[in-house]
Design a protein. Structure first.
Length: 468
């Protein structure tokens, strides 16, 4: 592949060409893997299988899952592509057929005639991987999720027993309520501006749909839950399918419209609470909760839309910071304050605190100037009790991915868990880092070195008890 035209396919953003397995004898463990860990750390990400004709970071690229399985001190690494119908069609023809979300291509008639995937919009399955209700799903916000087996082989598209209709796009950022076990998710459609909250029970059975009307389809990536509400940011960021088909820049940012915050009652009753503020964009919430008539939201703030059709413009390097927003449910007043001056993204929490008051957020963080293709060289811990940000620095050239909090099964305390992420450090190679959540000063308690590259990716989760 000639990837020279694409800044976000350079260095550790470049795809790997092989699917591999590394067991006990092949993985070098530095430190000690906690023996309480039984399950898997899995991370999704973009990994082009064929030469791309256009590439928008972080939206394009075939999904690949990298997994580290744990069983009482033993570890096993595996990576596999998600076998989507788009990827399978390209494998059949031995070349790239589909365009980019920033520049779509018409599907050749010969491909359609041969029974290839006719949808010009690639379901990348590259954004997130989640385990809920016994279902392991690779997710992408523009279509159905893909059901996977525990060994990462692909079963196929998953429609939640007929709940999802043709054209529905399920978010890649649902939240699991730690009390009810419910999955709080949503669907949007390419042909409608409306938003539908979708709630599934702990066994992944559909409970209810809550419609929310919008005058125009916005780019809504994440959602947050609190005890009684689902909260979304409706930023003035839009995508036009028509423009993408014509090759024009399909991404729009209309700052004068401001950003709307919508709080939707989780039980489906009562009116939505709507808050207005000046324009900002956000990919990710960290957490949110209700306290004394207010909704508190911690999230990563970005001043405007952080991607574009053109390559190498650097818009994705614009400042992004952890913010705390407070919404007064009575007066509708919004306060929005920067919590930390550290550059960060991919914010996470101890999932047992999801929607509840909590102490620690974790995020991929940076304390160096970025090169052409940026990375996050630190794992950051954001202490909402003390106000302190603590960084574990893997080195100036390192890339550290989304940090996932893995609870210690023997303790309720956030501090007693571990924070895991894949790291690539030139000279050191690829490893899975395990840091004690309560002790960021001493760095990883274990590094599991992988004798191959793990490219930078997107979202990860801990799959408690999952074995292959
Ligand atoms: Fe995301």
């Amino acid at each position: 592949m000639d990837l020279s035209a694409f800044p976000y396919l350079q260095g550790n953003y470049a795809p790997v060409e092989e699917e591999r397995d590394f067991g006990e004898g092949e993985l070098r463990v530095e430190g000690r893997v906690p023996e309480q860990l039984v399950g898997a750390y899995m991370r999704d990400g973009a990994n082009c299988a064929f030469q791309p004709n256009h590439y928008v970071y972080p939206l394009d690229g075939d999904g690949m899952i990298h997994s580290m399985y744990f069983d009482q001190g033993k570890v096993h690494y595996r990576n596999r592509w998600v076998e989507t119908s788009h990827l399978k069609t390209e494998r059949r023809f031995g070349r790239t057929i589909y365009g980019s979300v920033g520049k779509l291509l018409e599907v050749p008639q010969e491909v359609i005639d041969a029974g290839g995937e006719p949808n010009p919009v690639r379901n990348t399955a590259n954004t997130n991987v989640l385990y809920h209700g016994g279902k392991l799903l690779a997710m992408w916000e523009g279509g159905f999720p893909h059901l996977l087996n525990n060994d990462l082989s692909t079963v196929g598209l998953y429609d939640y027993d007929g709940t999802l209709q043709a054209g529905d796009a399920l978010t890649a950022h649902p939240k699991i309520c730690p009390d009810s076990g419910q999955l709080i998710s949503c669907t949007q459609r390419w042909d409608s501006p409306d938003y539908h909250v979708q709630i599934f029970d702990r066994n992944a059975r559909h409970v209810r749909t809550i419609p929310v009307e919008f005058e125009r389809k916005g780019i809504i990536h994440d959602l947050q839950i609190t005890e009684n509400y689902i909260i979304i940011f409706y930023a003035p960021a839009f995508h036009s399918l028509e423009k993408a088909m014509k090759g024009e820049d399909p991404f729009m940012w209309e700052a004068e419209k401001g950003t709307r915050i919508v709080a939707i009652p989780r039980d489906g009753s009562g009116d939505n609470l709507v808050f207005e503020t000046e324009a900002f964009f956000s990919w990710h919430f960290c957490n949110g909760f209700e306290s004394g008539g207010k909704i508190v939201l911690d999230y990563v703030w970005i001043n405007s839309i952080p991607f574009t059709q053109a390559q190498g413009t650097g818009v994705e390097k614009q400042p992004r910071r952890m913010y705390r927003m407070t919404l007064d449910m009575k007066t509708r007043q919004v306060t929005n304050e920067q919590f930390s001056d550290v550059f960060c993204e991919f914010s996470r929490v101890d999932e047992r605190r999801m929607g509840k008051d909590y102490r620690y957020g974790f995020a991929a963080s940076s304390n160096v100037e970025w090169g052409d293709a940026h990375g996050y060289n630190c794992t950051g811990r954001y202490d909402f009790h003390s106000g302190e940000t603590r960084l574990w620095d893997y080195g100036p050239e390192a890339n550290a991915g989304e940090p996932v909090h893995v609870p210690n099964p023997d303790s309720e305390r956030e501090e007693d868990g571990w924070v895991m992420c894949f790291v690539h450090n030139p000279g050191e190679g690829a490893f899975l880092s395990i840091v004690s959540a309560g002790d960021f000063d001493d760095g990883p308690v274990a590094k599991i070195h992988i004798p191959g590259r793990v490219p930078n990716g997107f979202h990860a989760n801990w799959m408690q008890g999952l074995k292959f």
